[in-house]
Design a protein around this ligand. Structure first.
Ligand SMILES: *[C@@H]1O[C@H](CO)[C@@H](O)[C@H](O)[C@H]1NC(C)=O
Ligand SMILES: *[C@@H]1O[C@H](CO)[C@@H](O)[C@H](O)[C@H]1NC(C)=O
Ligand SMILES: *[C@@H]1O[C@H](CO)[C@@H](O)[C@H](O)[C@H]1NC(C)=O
Ligand SMILES: *[C@@H]1O[C@H](CO)[C@@H](O)[C@H](O)[C@H]1NC(C)=O
Length: 524
């Protein structure tokens, strides 16, 4: 309690505002709390019923100091208290959990704030905490007979009373309807507590349906000393509540066909009724009687049939299942619907065809690729291999005929040329550098071609072509560099070695005549 003093101010204001019950004709509290007992560790309950449907706001005041509410306990600091009950009927009951002698044996007030006019109304009671807990007596379903109760759909089931007396604390009562399928349906009820002590629960009006056929009203008593709820029922014994109702017809399954589909389907109609069906078997009727192939089963309340339905002719047609009893007749209709989807077999066929097409296409591609490219590669390769083996490398992009004439061209403008024809080494270098320049004068090409004995110019440069000129690409690089350098003979001599190949090749060995000019160039 000490920890709850934070709420004190709020509560004091509330309490000071209390107004005495001056409006006696219109008392907002229908039933206030009653002094009661609880045992240590059990839950105590105070009931408070206010006028329902008038927008009343309900608080519970603990020990005249702490307010809980409105209407529900949202205060997480006080989880010990719960405001519960059927608010539609005006119940705002207080549950005090796990009571102790020191803290909970105080006064509890149900306070109603009549919204709008600012006046409050309250009724209070005191809790006494005693040991031990005592088991209550009951429940007793007052006036219950063991005769079955026969009702029609829509009738009211009301004012059944159930009572429990004694106990510390009092037991808690509750009404519900136990249906034939063992489900429980809540039934509204009123609660009354007497100082005897006793507690009475009175069922309020409940409208029965066909689902309640063969059910029972059950009153259950909950108490900490009871392991399981204790129950009394209406009617008592093995009798039940009988609800006369129209036949309940279940007809299915849903009938649908896909595009291009024709199929056989089995449908089942079951009917239950009280009183019993006039014809013990439900009747099928077809908008197109040709649909029916056979009726495969008939027994009390059940009929099965096999029908043939087709997307082409039967979409929109319907089948009725009708059952009738003394109350009347019920019809359930199945309509054949079109589900806009291709049948599975067609999808499979399309899928397989698609796979085949893809397979064929890829085979064709494979075939074309292999036949189109591989042979070429085979033809090309051997040539190169031969050339390499012979120690020569050929650049495919330039034909030897083009190069040679340029190199031999006497009109070469380059400064290097002291003796054009003297050294073949010079000639070769000139070939590459000048290659673009001499094009305009095409006459000499033919002449010089004849002079050239070998088809491969590079062959002159290095006899050991294998090592000196590794791959073609590098060769080209070398040529390019040569071009950049201003074609001094020095370059010629040293430069032919590619950066990767360590020893520079010996001077062009093919012709023995030219060696003389080289030294003279070096002197320059
Ligand atoms: C009840 O309260 C006591 C002491 O206040 C505590 O020891 C016990 O755990 C509580 N029991 C439950 C079920 O909360
Ligand atoms: C109830 O309130 C009174 C005074 O307002 C206080 O003395 C007492 O300790 C309170 N009791 C409990 C259990 O908090
Ligand atoms: C549907 O029923 C007819 C008649 O019994 C039968 O001839 C046909 O084979 C059945 N079709 C299928 C798909 O079962
Ligand atoms: C099925 O019942 C409906 C009324 O529920 C009726 O309009 C329709 O004509 C019936 N169809 C057949 C095939 O009996």
């Amino acid at each position: 309690m000490a920890s709850q003093c934070g709420l004190l101010c709020h509560v004091i204001v509330l309490v000071l505002c209390l107004v005495h019950p001056s409006l006696q004709q219109d008392v907002p509290i229908v039933m206030g709390p009653v002094n009661s007992q609880a045992a240590v560790g059990t839950d105590a309950v105070f009931y408070c019923k206010v006028r329902a449907g008038q927008g009343l706001v309900v608080y519970w005041i603990l020990n005249r100091t702490i307010a809980i509410g409105p209407n529900v306990n949202r205060n997480e600091a006080l989880p010990k208290y719960e405001i519960f009950g059927n608010a539609l009927l005006g119940y705002y009951n207080l549950r005090i959990k796990n009571v102790t002698i020191d803290d909970d044996a105080v006064q509890y007030d149900c306070l109603v704030d009549t919204k709008g006019d600012g006046s409050n109304y309250e009724e209070g009671a005191t809790l006494s905490v005693d040991n031990p807990a005592l088991e209550p007596m009951g429940p007793v379903c007052l006036g219950a007979t063991d005769n079955e109760i026969v009702l029609d759909e829509g009738d009211e089931l009301e004012n059944y009373r159930c009572q429990s007396s004694g106990g510390r604390p009092l037991g808690e009562l509750k009404w519900s309807l136990l249906r034939s399928d063992q489900t429980l349906v809540d039934v509204d009820f009123d609660t009354q507590v007497n100082t005897t002590p006793s507690i009475t629960a009175t069922s309020s009006s409940y409208t029965v349906t066909s689902d309640d056929h063969e059910s029972r009203l059950a009153c259950s008593l909950t108490h900490p000393n009871l392991n399981a709820d204790s129950i009394c029922s209406v009617p008592s014994g093995s009798a039940m509540i009988i609800v006369r109702h129209f036949p309940i017809v279940n007809f299915g399954p849903r009938l649908d066909v896909h595009y291009l589909e024709t199929k056989n389907a089995t449908i089942r109609c079951t009917a239950t009724a009280y009183p019993d069906l006039i014809t013990s078997i439900p009747q099928l009727s077809f908008s197109d009687p040709d649909m029916l192939i056979a009726t495969t089963l008939t027994e009390e309340g059940v009929i099965d049939a096999v029908i043939r339905i087709s997307q082409r002719s039967d979409v929109g047609k319907s089948i009725n299942c009708t059952a009738a009893n003394a109350k009347g007749s019920t019809t359930s209709t199945l309509e054949i619907e079109l589900t806009p989807r291709l049948p599975v077999w067609l999808l499979m066929v399309v899928l397989i065809l698609a796979c085949l097409v893809v397979l064929l296409l890829s085979l064709c591609c494979c075939y074309c690729f292999c036949n189109g490219c591989k042979p070429k590669a085979v033809e090309d390769q051997p040539d190169r291999g031969d050339i390499k083996a012979a120690g020569y490398e050929v650049n495919e992009s330039r034909s030897a005929s083009v190069f040679k004439p340029n190199g031999l061209n006497g009109t070469d403008p380059r400064p290097i040329n002291n003796d054009d024809a003297d050294s073949f080494g010079d000639i070769q270098l000139n070939d590459y550098t000048i290659y673009p320049l001499p094009l305009p004068s095409s006459e000499p090409t033919t002449e010089f071609n004849d002079h050239e004995t070998g088809e491969y110019n590079d062959g002159y440069l290095s006899p050991d072509a294998d090592e000196m000129f590794p791959p073609m690409v590098e060769d080209e690089h070398l040529m390019d560099e040569k071009r950049i350098s201003t074609f001094k003979p020095d370059d010629e001599m040293n430069g032919f070695a590619s950066p990767t190949s360590p020893p520079p090749p010996p001077p062009p060995p093919l012709d023995l005549d030219p060696p003389q000019p080289i030294p003279s160039i070096e002197d320059d």
